[in-house]
Design a protein. Structure first.
Length: 402
């Protein structure tokens, strides 16, 4: 087993990678806070929808690519050129789906501006390369460099956003800042570190990515589609912005996990390669036990002070109700727990089981959304919590049972 595996989560660069993830999360919120305050809830609404759309597409299509590259490179294989083909397919699917969504909803959600069509396409291309880079660096155990990827993307986007608002106070200018952040990471020349065995993958990427995309499509629709669901239920643009900033702010733990799970996976790949299945089971049990308790605590904290935090950061016009705040916080913690526990299945390449757990949660959430009554934001938040709890239960059963 490699030295990094023997040292577990104390391997060099881990602290800086975590710091980079924290800086990335804070920088994302600062970008949204600055843009929201500068433009107001109605003018900011297109960026809220663009961010939500890209978040769903990136986590559904590009996170699986990053995890696949990380797993392959951690096993000693070179990612380039073999892994660029499935990456291009995933980015192309995202560009077509994202661009199509923007075109169809151009007048309703994007104020008729065609700039957003080009922006979502470029976001998929730029971040496809960024996610491959993260996978290569994490698989090579260059965790400090992964931290720099997170920092550079965040700082460039934030600086460009501030400059854009000063020059042209419009939502479109913030969209271009998002695009620039993804491409900025190319300056690191991360491909220099892809020095593994140039052999082709032992198993086709389609099997791994097919199951993982099925999983992430369900999980991210659960998490990221809240503003779109609220809009579909008839909410006005102001309420769409309220739901967007609430879900975006409260999903900080899960956003951080997406940034840092490349640190967890190489370790679990080493454990899986040693066929120590009992050790994997103990990891999953510990994660589920701790995360379940944190979900309860998160819901209580969200109920008590969540609305005040949103008011402090975004202003009184963005404040959600205490009920929506509590439901959202609890659901995000449940989702974060399921995501971390599911890394066991990713390490073992059993991504079809991963898909089953998240799809079960999505089905239950959709049923709850259709059957529940009340205001659109409350319906969406409650359905989200119910779906995430179901997904966590299913994930626990699949990851713990050997």
């Amino acid at each position: 087993m490699l030295e990094a595996d023997r040292r577990g989560f104390r391997a060099p660069g881990t602290t800086f990678m975590v710091s980079g993830g924290l800086i990335g999360a804070v920088g994302a919120y600062l970008f949204q806070v600055y843009g929201g305050r500068a433009l107001g809830p109605e003018a900011f609404a297109p960026i809220g929808v663009l961010w939500t759309l890209f978040f769903i597409l990136a986590t559904v299509l590009l996170v699986p690519v990053e995890q696949y590259v990380t797993r392959e490179v951690a096993s000693g294989r070179r990612a380039i050129p073999h892994d660029l083909r499935p990456t291009a397919v995933m980015a192309g699917i995202g560009a077509v789906v994202g661009g199509g969504f923007v075109v169809v909803t151009l007048d309703r959600l994007f104020e008729g501006s065609w700039q957003y069509v080009l922006q979502i396409v470029l976001l998929m291309i730029g971040f496809a390369l960024l996610f491959v880079g993260k996978g290569v660096l994490a698989g090579r155990r260059l965790f400090a460099d992964v931290g720099w990827v997170l920092i550079i993307e965040t700082v460039v986007r934030l600086a460009a956003g501030v400059l854009a608002i000063q020059l042209a106070a419009s939502a479109e200018s913030l969209g271009w800042a998002m695009v620039l952040g993804g491409f900025a990471v190319l300056g690191m020349r991360w491909w220099r570190h892809d020095k593994g065995d140039p052999r082709a993958p032992a198993a086709p990427a389609s099997h791994f990515l097919g199951g993982y995309v099925g999983a992430t499509s369900s999980s991210q629709v659960l998490l990221g589609a809240a503003p779109i669901a609220v809009a579909a239920l008839g909410a006005d643009p102001a309420l769409v912005s309220v739901v967007f900033v609430t879900f975006t702010l409260y999903r900080a733990p899960l956003t951080l996990i997406f940034s840092l799970q490349g640190r967890i996976l190489p370790y679990l790949v080493g454990v899986a390669a040693s066929e120590d299945r009992h050790r994997l089971g103990r990891y999953a049990r510990s994660v589920v036990a701790i995360g379940g308790g944190l979900a309860v605590v998160g819901g209580l904290v969200g109920w008590l002070v969540g609305s005040d935090i949103v008011a402090f950061l975004f202003g009184p016009e963005f404040v959600p109700s205490h009920l929506v705040a509590g439901l959202t916080a609890a659901g995000v913690m449940a989702a974060a727990t399921a995501q971390v526990a599911g890394q066991v299945l990713v390490a073992e390449a059993r991504t079809s089981r991963l898909a089953g757990a998240w799809f079960g949660g999505l089905v239950v959430a959709v049923l709850a959304l259709l059957l529940l009554g009340g205001a659109p934001d409350v319906r969406v938040a409650l359905a989200f919590l119910i779906g995430e709890v179901v997904a966590l239960i299913l994930m626990a059963l699949l990851a713990i049972r050997r």
